[in-house]
Design a protein around this ligand. Structure first.
Ligand SMILES: NC(=O)c1ccc[n+]([C@@H]2O[C@H](COP(=O)([O-])OP(=O)(O)OC[C@H]3O[C@@H](n4cnc5c(N)ncnc54)[C@H](OP(=O)(O)O)[C@@H]3O)[C@@H](O)[C@H]2O)c1
Length: 387
């Protein structure tokens, strides 16, 4: 059940920004992508407002929408797009850059094409600009599940299976239903395997991953960038209203960080603008960000971070650091998405295995052998445990 938190504040007197002034990044396909993507994941409570918020984002100048089947609101986003056309904010959906995502439950090869068809129909478009594989394995959780939910059928990354899914995505690109293809939540090892085994025109142009000032992922981003994969950061503001299942006492709030607050004070802007400006400007403006908001002033403010260079190079350096004692930066490896609801049994409940590449398998056979030995080991442990 969604919980309503008032007020949600849309203000038609707020002037839009010129979409042409929003910075774009070149993908390896040669196409340009607006660096600021409006997020449509509803943080549970905001679902009721996504239509208004998305239409308002288009009115205020956002042209890149980040959508996903998993957000269970593609129809709502489709309605927002139609409303934006009716209201004259855009002449047609061709003016938008739309990102969509294949959900984990649709990764079986036979399910990929019908899943994309469903997405296109719901959004009311014939072709999607960028289609990402949402997660690298087919593990599903029930919508709105609690943090301790576990799926006994969950599996780790199995490259052989992923390549079968990827081949279907490539076919849909060749059929003209997708313009560019990419990944989301890929790690160093899973990306390396993918790039090893696909042709040049089958490579992902983009990887969407968690990135914010307290979780910078600089090395991973540098590696992906060197392979021509643009990195787009989600939870760029630190996702203050994320669902309870993704909230842990170890987490820190990016907007409350002392350096972020100090820079906000120097510039006389609110801390969220510093987070997004950093996301847009860091590493020579080579990546993008996704951000969601349900208020006109925040929606516009957030987009403005991809228009002007708000931060000086010195301020970017204070946040990013450069590996020297003089400039340590503020990265704290403060991962917000632990992804524990996706864990497979052999991860032994340790969410870090989702990210550290210690259980990545080339083949189903390799995983089956590992699983058998893990189960034997567990049996021995159970039998030798003295109660
Ligand atoms: N690929 C993936 O696996 C993945 C995972 C997570 C998210 N995403 C994408 O990334 C998007 C963003 O993630 P997110 O929504 O969790 O995190 P976020 O963009 O970091 O945070 C959004 C929250 O920040 C608040 N906010 C926005 N602008 C603000 C401002 N200027 N001042 C103060 N507060 C502000 C919003 O509040 P209100 O709600 O009150 O407006 C909203 O709840 C999602 O919508 C989704 O599209 C992708």
């Amino acid at each position: 059940m969604t919980q309503k938190i008032e007020p949600v504040y849309f203000d038609s007197s707020i002037e839009p920004l010129d979409p042409a002034s929003v910075h774009q990044v070149e993908l390896s396909s040669g196409r340009m992508m607006p660096v600021a993507a409006f997020g449509t994941f509803h943080s549970d409570w905001a679902q009721d407002y996504m239509k208004e918020a998305t239409a308002e984002a288009i009115r205020l100048g956002w042209r890149h929408l980040d959508t996903a089947r998993a957000y269970e609101n593609e129809e709502v986003v489709g309605e927002a797009i139609r409303r934006a056309i009716r209201e004259g904010y855009i002449a047609s959906s061709d003016e938008l850059f739309i990102t969509g995502k294949l959900w984990n439950g649709h990764m079986a090869p036979k399910d990929v094409a019908p899943a994309l068809d469903g997405t296109l129909k719901a959004l009311g478009i014939d072709q999607i600009d960028l289609y990402l594989n949402h997660w690298p394995w087919p593990n599903v959780h029930t919508p709105g599940c609690a943090g301790d939910h576990r799926n006994p059928d969950a599996v780790p990354y199995i490259h052989e299976a992923f390549l079968e899914t990827w081949a279907e995505i490539v076919k849909l690109k060749q059929a003209g239903k997708i313009v560019d293809i990419g990944t989301s939540n890929h790690t160093a090892a899973t990306m390396k395997l993918l790039l090893r085994d696909v042709q040049k025109d089958e490579r992902p142009v983009c990887n969407q991953m968690e990135m914010h000032p307290l979780m910078q992922q600089t090395e991973l981003r540098r590696t992906f960038k060197s392979e021509g994969v643009v990195c787009t950061g989600y939870m760029s503001l630190g996702s203050p209203n994320r669902p309870a299942r993704d909230t842990f006492k170890e987490h820190r709030a990016d907007m409350m960080d002392r350096t972020i607050q100090a820079i906000a004070g120097e510039l006389e802007v609110p801390p969220p603008k510093v987070c997004l400006a950093w996301a847009a400007q860091r590493m020579n403006k080579s990546g993008g960000f996704v951000a969601m908001a349900t208020r006109s002033d925040w929606i516009r403010d957030n987009l403005s971070c991809a228009v002007d260079d708000l931060l000086s190079p010195e301020q970017v350096l204070r946040i990013s650091g450069d590996g020297t004692p003089e400039h340590p930066g503020i990265d704290a490896n403060n991962r917000l998405i632990w992804g524990q609801v996706f864990l497979w049994p052999e991860a032994d409940g340790d969410w870090r295995l989702l990210w550290d590449d210690s259980q990545v398998f080339e083949s189903r056979e390799g995983y089956a052998k590992f699983k058998a030995s893990w189960e034997r080991h567990h049996r021995v442990q159970m039998e030798t445990t003295v109660c």
